[in-house]
Design a protein around this ligand. Structure first.
Ligand SMILES: [Zn+2]
Length: 91
């Protein structure tokens, strides 16, 4: 998506709000620290052909915070889930 091509439909009509002049309205909560650091800004990419949307954290310090504090998602197959160190098949 960031390369200008939609990963769902292949269209090159991809637009991003990275040219905004004010702080972004789209955020996620990344932690419980003080309010000024609690919300991470998102860059939003939209395919105007199919409507597909992707969001990316805007700031490298937010990426660093998530990498340090959040849980790493284990790699699983499509029908297998890792729970408490045990693998379960999902029907
Ligand atoms: Zn698309």
């Amino acid at each position: 998506m960031k390369n200008g091509q939609c990963p769902k439909c292949g269209s090159r009509h991809v637009y991003a709000n990275t040219n905004r002049k004010s702080i972004p309205l789209n955020t996620i909560t990344v932690g419980a620290q003080k309010a000024s650091n609690r919300y991470a800004f998102l860059d939003t990419y939209v395919c105007t052909t199919c409507g597909y949307v992707e969001n990316y954290l805007s700031k490298t310090q937010d990426l660093s915070y998530v990498q340090e504090k959040w849980a790493l998602v284990e790699i699983t197959s499509d029908n297998e889930v890792l729970r408490s160190g045990q693998r379960y098949l999902v029907e």
